[in-house]
Design a protein. Structure first.
Length: 193
């Protein structure tokens, strides 16, 4: 039964991802001349995609504490694994900053590009200013941006030192930085994503 459920979920994920990819392509074509309208539409559908993904993957989210996120916030979180994208995407209407390698992954690159993901090439330090400018542009448009400043996934037991250069975007735009901690568990047993 478990195998059959896994196959059904995999097929459902492919269908959902394909549908949202087509929606993203349609939004790109419709709002080609209006970047602000495109951003707002993409953020809405990205959040819906993430919520569908969490549902299909049986990820239940439990928020602890009061959290008020203003439009144009820089949202920062520790990075435990791939599910972080779905969790953060379902909790916050925001764009993502991602490593450049994701932009080269089959199929996922297409979705990430349609989702207006900001890509960071860690091997090209001279492009940091360009990345900061892209984040600034989104924040000024009233769109929040999510990033994982540890710049790598961890087992979640410790938080690594942050790569702090992208915080400059919040300073330049005088926008709030919203800290988030991600932790996964299965019943009473902590687990790693």
């Amino acid at each position: 039964m478990g195998y059959l459920l896994a196959v059904i979920r995999a097929i459902a994920l492919v269908l959902v991802y394909s549908a949202f990819g087509l929606i993203g392509l349609g939004l790109f074509l419709i709002f080609y001349s209006s970047r602000k309208a495109y951003y707002r539409s993409i953020v809405f559908f990205t959040r819906l995609w993430a919520q569908c993904s969490c549902s299909l993957l049986n990820i239940r989210i439990n928020r602890i504490g009061k959290l008020k996120v203003f439009p144009g916030s820089l949202i920062v979180a520790n990075h435990v694994g791939v599910p972080d994208i779905f969790v953060m995407g379902s909790c916050f209407p925001a764009f993502f900053v991602s490593k450049a390698e994701v932009g080269r992954w089959p199929f996922m690159s297409w979705l990430a590009q349609l989702g207006a993901t900001i890509f960071v090439d860690r091997n090209r330090k001279h492009q940091v200013r360009s990345t900061i400018n892209q984040i600034v542009q989104r924040l000024k448009a009233g769109c929040s941006v999510t990033l994982f400043p540890e710049a790598q996934a961890t087992d979640g037991t410790n938080i690594l030192p942050f790569k702090s250069s992208h915080f400059e975007a919040a300073i330049e735009t005088d926008q709030p930085v919203v800290p988030v901690v991600i932790h996964y568990h299965d019943k009473n047993i902590p687990s790693i994503a």
